[in-house]
Write a protein that binds this ligand. Structure first.
Ligand code: SF4
Length: 417
């Protein structure tokens, strides 16, 4: 039986002992048991699964991130994550392939919830593709991904479902002591011809699976630093090639020092071409802490850049690195970040990201911290700082009448693309 909405299906299927097939825009979901869900994009490739309360996300490079909440601990403290070993990832893929094959075999007797208006024939084709997605195909995908992309080092947490287009490679600065995301490559801006070719290669890579993506993310680190005329060409190319994604929106990173090179009119031009939000790695409202982190800028520069972006009609995503600077900078970081935030013209379109600091062993940060006697905070202390800052932000009385910015967590250990 094919149902068009959940309410009708629930009414008809009061006792559900059989698997359920659900077709949603961009993906097909199989519920094969009370605690087993598999999700496939249109090519039949597994993109995520939930098994016994553990969530699995599959990257385009075939890596799988497993996340779960432990021991009744609510919130940040109970969150756990790990990367599956290659053999465990293979086992998951095979389990998903077999689930698709079984559902295809039993399709005549299964309830189908098709929210896209498509019928049983399309479900059958989709399941056939998923049940034929063998290891050779997975390995070919990973190899193609490595050819098309430079490593995608990080994305904001609400951009994992964006189609990434690399307009630049690396970071134009690359010297913040705490950040090693782009140390493996020299900064370079793609010329329009090369970018057009990259977009074509990305389209070929994802094929029909493109319907799984929601919008465009222009990478790498601070892609919006591209000189304005060239950047407008890059936006035009993305829009022309991918109107179905660029029209919902184009998103990108910028740093404060790069933002100072643009004004409200520049951002208004980009807004007219689809730019929805600029993610700014601010890290802290404390100039002293930024100096310690070797990151250019300070609260006055941040305020000027945020005003220019918002003056151009674009929302901001402001990222703060909670726990950086350890015990010595803790109070200054907290107080001056709150002061900065309370002075910014934020509203309901904006988001504040609190990113717990993850210190890499033998990093430049560790070396400088040792030299200056900066004592690290424990993981629990960092989470406590996240909680404290979150509460402090919630208490700010913003004057804008278009709502308050949302506050959310940005855990770089949970990044997968
Ligand atoms: S934090 Fe941003 S500006 Fe600093 S090195 Fe990393 S990507 Fe570049």
């Amino acid at each position: 039986m094919v149902y068009r909405d959940l309410a009708t299906m629930k009414e008809a299927e009061t006792v559900r002992t059989r698997p359920l097939v659900r077709l949603r825009p961009g993906y097909l979901q199989l519920v094969t048991g009370p605690r087993a869900i598999f999700v496939y994009e249109r090519r039949g490739r597994l993109v995520r699964a939930v098994l016994d309360g553990h969530a699995f996300q599959v990257g385009l490079d075939n890596r799988v991130l497993e996340k779960w909440q432990e021991g009744g601990q609510a919130g940040l403290r109970g969150r756990h994550r790990r990367w599956l070993t290659p053999s465990a990832a293979l086992e998951l893929r095979e389990r998903a392939r077999q689930a698709a094959a079984l559902c295809l075999h039993q399709l005549e007797s299964l309830p189908i919830l098709a929210e896209t208006g498509e019928g049983k024939a399309e479900v059958a084709r989709w399941l056939a593709r998923a049940s034929a997605y063998d290891e050779a195909r997975w390995q070919a995908d990973a190899a193609a991904f490595a050819r098309v992309y430079s490593p995608i080092s990080i994305l904001p947490p609400d951009q994992y479902d964006s189609l990434v287009l690399q307009a630049t490679l690396g970071c134009s600065y690359n010297r913040c002591t705490f950040c090693s995301f782009y140390r493996d490559r020299a900064f370079r801006i793609r010329r329009p011809e090369e970018f057009r070719e990259h977009v074509r290669a990305v389209q070929e890579l994802v094929g029909e699976g493109i319907s799984y993506f929601h919008q465009v993310f222009l990478a790498d680190a601070n892609a919006l630093i591209i000189p304005q005329r060239l950047l407008l060409s890059i936006f035009e190319i993305a829009r022309r090639a991918l109107p179905q994604l660029a029209n919902p929106g184009i998103y990108s990173f910028l740093d404060v020092f790069g933002g100072l090179r643009k004004n409200a009119r520049d951002f208004a031009e980009l807004s007219a071409l689809g730019l929805q939000m600029v993610y700014l790695g601010i890290e802290s409202g404390s100039r002293d802490l930024l100096r310690f982190l070797n990151k250019p800028g300070g609260p006055e520069e941040t305020a000027a850049v945020v005003e220019a972006i918002k003056g151009g009609g674009v929302a901001v995503g402001l990222i703060f690195l909670v726990g950086a600077g350890g015990r010595q900078y803790r109070e200054k970081h907290f107080q001056e970040t709150l002061r900065l935030l309370s002075e910014l013209p934020l509203d309901g379109r904006d988001v504040i990201y609190l990113s717990p600091f993850v210190e890499e062993a033998a990093s430049e940060y560790t070396q400088v911290a040792e030299e200056e006697g900066v004592e690290p905070l424990s993981e629990n202390e960092i989470l406590e700082e996240v909680r404290r800052l979150w509460q402090g932000i919630e208490a700010i009385a913003w004057t804008a009448n278009q709502g308050r910015p949302r506050v959310t967590l940005y855990d770089i250990r949970e990044f997968i693309y």
